[in-house]
Design a protein. Structure first.
Length: 453
C-alpha cells in the first residue's frame, strides 16, 4: 500500500505540475513531499517486515539494481512516446480509431519477431547482455525516426519507423526480467520478477505524465504560433478532442494550421524521448553478464511475466525443461540410476502405471497411441523383472512400488542438477517441493516419445 500510494503521489506530481497547477503551487509541492515521505515509510516498513514485499537486499545485487533502473528508463520512454502514436495517426494523418490501431501493427510485429528471436538465441547461446544493449540502441533510432514524422509522412515511412521501434522494444523488455531472474536467489525469485516489472510500469506512468505535460505545453505554444490571434475562440481545441473528425468541425481556414500544431507538438514529444532511450542504452553497459542458469533458459521471453511466487516461477521452468528433454535418454538414465533392470520404454511404462488406475493390457495401446507389439514387449520386461503382474489388469508388485520410489528419487536428483547454484539443502521447503514435483512428473510424457526406447 505504501509503495502504491507513493507511486500515485509522484505520478500526480509530474502530471499536474506545470499544467493543472503551477510547479511551485502548494498542491504540486505537497504531492512531491508526500511521495518522498511514503517512500521513506516503505523502506522503514520493509526493514522491519519478516516477509517483505520487496526485500531491500535485492537492491544490493548489481543485476537487479541496474535492470530496474534500465527498465524504469525504458518504460519512461516507451510508454510516454507510444501514448501519442494514436493521436498522431488520428489527428495528423486523419485515420479513424480502428485504422490507427491497424497501422500500429508493424510495431507489434517488430516486438513479436525480436522477442521470440532473442529468446531462441539466448536459449542456444546462454548469453543475454547483448540484447538489451542492441535493443535500446535500435529503440533510440526508432524514436528518432518517429520524431521526424509530420502530416506529410507517407504510410510506409511511418510503418518503417514503428517497425524499428518495436524491434528494439522486443529485445529489451522481457530480457531484463530474464536477467533479474537469473541473478536472484531462490527465496527472492518471485519478488525480483515482480519488482522488475513494477519499475518498468512505474517508469511508464511517469513517462506518460511527463510527456503529457510536454505535449500540452507545446500544443498551447504552437497554436499561438501558427494561428492568428482570435482564430481559435475560447477552448475550442480542447473541446474538439484529439480526433480528426472532431477537429473537422473547426473553420476550414484554420484546420490545416491546427493539424500542423499537433504534428509539431507530437514531434517534440518523440524528440524528448530520444535522449531518454539513449540514457537507457548507456545504462545497459552496466548490466553484469551472469552465466545463465538452466532454469533461466526455460524463460519464455515472448510472454509477459506474471506475479508468481518463487516456487511457482521455478516449477514452471523445471517442468518446461523436463518436457524439452529426450524422453528415451531420460528414462534410460533414470532406470540406471535407480537400479531398475529394464529399458527406457519399460521404465516409462512403470512410471505411467504408478500414476494411473490399473488398466487392462489391451487398453494400453489405445490409450497411449503405442503399438501393441511394443506394449507387449515392455510389459514382458516388467513381468520378468518382477515389477508388475499381468492379469485382467496390470498392477505393480511390491518390488515395482519400491522401484517407483527409487525412480522418483532419481528424478529428484535430476531436477536438482538443473538448479545451477540453488542449493535445496539450504531451503528445506524447496527440497520438499522438488520431491513432490519429481513424483508428479514421472510418466507424464506421451508414450510415443519413448517408442524408440
Amino acid at each position: 500500500m505504501l509503495v502504491a500510494a507513493a507511486a500515485v503521489a509522484l505520478v500526480l506530481f509530474t502530471s499536474w505540475g506545470g499544467t493543472t497547477y503551477p510547479w511551485l503551487s502548494w498542491q504540486v509541492i505537497g504531492l512531491a513531499v508526500l511521495g518522498l515521505a511514503l517512500i521513506v515509510a516503505f523502506v522503514a516498513a520493509e526493514r522491519r517486515a519478516a516477509e517483505p514485499v520487496m526485500p531491500l537486499r535485492l537492491f544490493a545485487t548489481r543485476v537487479f539494481s541496474v535492470a530496474s533502473v534500465v527498465g524504469f528508463v525504458v518504460g519512461f520512454g516507451m510508454f510516454g512516446a507510444i501514448t501519442y502514436l494514436p493521436i498522431y495517426l488520428q489527428v495528423v494523418t486523419g485515420v479513424g480509431p480502428t485504422e490507427s490501431g491497424l497501422r500500429m501493427l508493424p510495431m507489434m510485429l517488430g516486438v513479436l519477431v525480436t522477442s521470440i528471436g532473442s529468446g531462441q538465441l539466448i536459449t542456444r547461446t546462454g548469453r543475454y547482455k547483448i540484447f538489451p544493449v542492441v535493443g535500446t540502441a535500435v529503440m533510440t533510432v526508432g524514436l528518432y525516426l518517429l520524431s521526424r514524422m509530420d502530416q506529410h509522412t507517407g504510410f510506409w515511412a511511418a510503418s518503417g519507423a514503428m517497425l524499428v521501434l518495436g524491434a528494439g522494444l522486443g529485445m529489451v523488455m522481457q530480457v531484463l526480467v530474464l536477467a533479474v531472474q537469473n541473478g536472484a536467489e531462490y527465496r527472492d525469485l518471485g519478488a525480483a520478477t515482480s519488482g522488475a516489472t513494477f519499475f518498468r510500469s512505474i517508469g511508464g506512468s511517469f513517462g506518460v505524465a511527463v510527456f503529457g505535460a510536454i505535449f500540452a505545453s507545446q500544443l498551447t505554444t504552437n497554436l499561438a504560433r501558427y494561428l492568428p490571434p482570435g482564430a481559435l475562440p475560447g477552448n475550442a481545441t480542447v473541446a474538439a478532442g484529439p480526433s480528426r473528425e472532431s477537429l473537422g468541425r473547426l473553420p476550414p481556414t484554420i484546420l490545416d494550421d491546427v493539424v500542423h500544431a499537433y504534428a509539431r507538438s507530437i514531434h517534440t514529444v518523440f524528440l524528448w524521448a530520444v535522449p531518454v532511450a539513449a540514457l537507457a542504452f548507456l545504462l545497459t553497459f552496466l548490466l553484469p553478464a551472469v552465466p545463465l542458469r538452466s532454469t533461466s533458459r526455460a524463460t519464455e521471453t515472448g510472454t509477459p511475466p506474471s506475479g508468481r511466487d518463487s516456487w511457482a516461477e521455478l516449477e514452471r521452468a523445471l517442468t518446461l525443461l523436463v518436457h524439452r528433454q529426450d524422453a528415451v535418454k531420460v528414462y534410460g538414465w533414470l532406470a540406471e540410476r535407480a537400479g531398475v533392470p529394464v529399458g527406457p520404454g519399460a521404465c516409462w511404462l512403470l512410471a505411467w502405471l504408478g500414476r494411473n488406475p490399473p488398466p487392462a493390457p489391451a487398453e494400453l495401446p489405445r490409450r497411449e497411441g503405442i503399438g501393441a507389439g511394443l506394449v507387449t514387449q515392455w510389459l514382458g520386461e516388467l513381468r520378468d523383472a518382477g515389477l508388475a503382474r499381468i492379469g485382467t489388469a496390470v498392477t505393480l508388485t511390491p518390488d515395482g512400488s519400491d522401484a517407483l520410489d527409487r525412480l522418483a528419487q532419481a528424478r529428484c536428483e535430476g531436477l536438482e542438477r538443473l538448479l545451477d547454484g540453488w542449493q535445496p539443502d539450504l531451503h528445506p521447503d524447496l527440497h520438499e517441493r522438488l520431491v513432490k514435483l519429481a513424483r508428479e512428473l514421472l510418466g507424464t510424457e506421451p508414450g510415443r516419445e519413448v517408442r524408440s526406447g
